[in-house]
Ligand binder design. Structure first.
Ligand code: ADP
Length: 180
């Protein structure tokens, strides 16, 4: 099986991140389908393979076993052409990603989406605050080269198409700059 170093991947790996409800899964599924990439939803993978290491009493949710997630994905990601979907980004190895896209949604729109998803109380407030303080954007800029971090607005359905086009053109640019 051929493997590629971060510098030698023929096609880039991208990470789509952002506060829950900003539209990551919607955008990633569509992007993977249209651009012929492999979609990996990290939350779903953890659930499917029970990659957890405990229970968070405060948020009433399982705690991700980050080391096992990384072990599980290492071989797939090494080949390139993956689109990963997760609401956090700091624990992934920096070498995995060539491009990072952070989805941003206006507070009122996000509030309505999360409420429709059944979020209430502290969980709803914390996620809205996360978006207000652009926590994930800061996390991305602190964890990766800021020059590979792109912000994408994700308020309206029409933006799904324009965001995929932005991703497509950014990938093309990456390929031109990384041609051997
Ligand atoms: P995430 O994966 O970030 O939690 P989802 O993809 O599940 O977010 O999207 C949350 C909700 O917002 C879904 O109901 C989805 O249909 C909707 N949605 C996603 N992207 C957009 C968009 N660009 N405009 C309007 N609604 C969107």
């Amino acid at each position: 099986m051929a493997t590629f170093t971060a510098e030698a991947r023929p096609s880039p790996n991208i990470l789509v991140t952002g506060t829950p409800g900003t539209g990551k899964s919607t955008l990633c599924q569509e992007t993977a389908q249209r651009l012929g990439m492999q979609y990996i939803n990290v939350g779903d993978l953890a659930k499917e393979k029970e990659l957890y290491e405990g229970w968070d009493e405060e948020y009433q949710c399982p705690i991700l076993d980050e080391d096992r997630i990384i072990d599980e994905l290492e071989d797939v990601v090494r080949e390139g052409n993956c689109v990963l979907d997760y609401h956090s980004c700091e624990f992934f190895p920096e070498r995995w990603f060539d491009l990072i896209f952070v989805l941003r949604t206006d507070n009122t729109i996000l509030y309505n989406r999360l409420e429709a998803r059944g979020y209430t109380g502290r969980k709803l407030q914390d996620n809205i605050q996360c978006e207000i303080f652009q926590t994930i954007l800061e996390e991305a800029r602190n964890s990766y080269l800021p020059s590979i971090v792109y912000e994408l607005s994700s308020n309206e359905p029409e933006e799904i198409d324009s965001n995929i086009e932005k991703i497509r053109s950014t990938i093309l640019k990456w390929k031109m700059n990384n041609q051997r």
